[in-house]
Design a protein around this ligand. Structure first.
Ligand code: SAM
Length: 349
């Protein structure tokens, strides 16, 4: 991630945010420092999904100015570690929240294998070219079975152009594959809740107003503002949406997702997962053909081959149903326009 606009957005603005918070008071810090458009409702969903608890060692990869990690420490009593490649953002997080910050790239995390209880990575994946390298590295440092909370900007389909400078949005299809291929099981996914309380937006806006008053003439400010406008346009047109994901580190080896090709438009998340799940079941059923596995006379098989065949037929019928469901959604509701996204995105950028 080297685009000038991204450096402006993630480094310069983070530093200016910390300056403004110093002026306005620390109650402004968390809302202003949530740069991935995480709201209280989104953070609470992620925290509950990941079962955060007092003492949980939470690694926030691409932590930015530290708002989400500070929120998790305050509300859930976690012990956060922030990791962020932008020096000014690291300093801002440290100044505002006094939390431990590592200046590093998420694809090279300087922590030992299996030492982290849970990880968050919010608003980061779409800014990273090699998404698999980042996810593999998070997977490495997580303990077996540990949770990963993601906030991801997802493209409605592969035709969505590259986003604001430096942004490469994955499609839902890419995301499912990526997670499975890097050793994660996708447990649950929702569209980011749209509502943000006024008490929160007001404080974020006050900080933004101070930053604007001080830096409007700055080139970095103009670049960051341009990024923000591009995002607002894409959200408004429904070309991108913001998704919250709970995944867990699979205990076994990484595998390629069995993701079916999309036919006749996109599918909702539920339909997509449903179909992917059936495909996995089906390949297991096919792979466990009694005659090949057992190599025993029929009478000695430990299961009834008729049952196995019935199960396979049932799965194929379910797959047909899932394909039908997918084919009947021309607009692709999972990644369709999100009410309130434009407002939420304006906070982020
Ligand atoms: C939209 S901001 C979100 C910041 C923070 N997660 C939040 O929600 O407030 C994206 C962040 O990802 C960071 N980032 C970009 N590339 C990264 C990488 N390769 N490894 C780790 N972080 C990265 C950026 O520096 C930036 O702080």
């Amino acid at each position: 991630m080297t685009a000038a606009a991204m450096v402006a957005e993630f480094d310069a603005v983070a530093g200016w945010t910390a300056d403004a918070v110093e002026q306005l008071g620390e109650r402004h810090a968390i809302p202003a420092a949530c740069r991935g458009s995480a709201s209280p409702a989104a953070l609470a969903w992620l925290a509950e999904a990941c079962e955060l608890a007092p003492g949980t060692r939470l690694l926030d990869v691409g932590a930015g100015a530290g708002g989400p990690a500070a929120w998790a420490a305050k509300r859930f009593g976690v012990r956060p570690i922030l990791l962020e490649p932008m020096p000014a953002a690291c300093r801002a997080a440290s100044r505002m929240f006094g939390l431990p910050v590592i200046l590093a790239d998420g694809a090279r995390i300087p922590l030992r294998d299996g030492t982290i209880d849970a990880a968050w990575c919010l608003g980061v994946l779409d800014t990273v070219r090699d998404k698999a390298a980042l996810l593999r590295e998070i997977h490495r440092v997580l303990a077996p079975g540990a949770s990963l909370g993601l906030l991801v900007v997802v493209a409605r389909d592969a035709r969505v152009p590259a986003g604001p400078e430096g942004n490469l949005f994955p499609t839902q299809h890419d995301l499912v594959r990526l997670l499975a291929g890097t050793g994660f099981d996708l447990i649950e996914q929702i569209e980011r809740p749209g509502d943000v309380p006024l008490s929160w937006t007001r404080r974020a806006e006050q900080v933004a107003a101070v930053v604007a008053a001080r830096h409007r003439a700055d080139r970095a400010y103009a670049l960051a503002a341009h990024q923000s406008e591009s995002f607002t346009r894409l959200f408004g047109s429904g070309q991108i949406s913001m998704q919250l994901i709970h995944a867990v580190k699979r205990r076994g080896p990484a595998r390629q997702a069995s993701v079916p090709a999309l036919r006749g438009g996109t599918m909702s998340t539920f339909e997509f997962e449903f179909k992917a799940e059936i495909e996995v079941e089906l390949s297991l059923a096919e792979a466990s053909r009694p005659e090949e596995v057992a190599g025993l006379p029929v009478a000695e098989w430990p299961f009834d081959p008729a049952d196995a065949e019935r199960e396979e037929i049932g799965l194929r019928n379910l797959m047909g149903a899932a394909e039908e469901l997918g084919g009947h959604h021309p607009a692709g509701p999972a990644t369709g326009p999100a009410t309130g996204e434009a407002t939420g995105e304006a906070e982020r950028r």
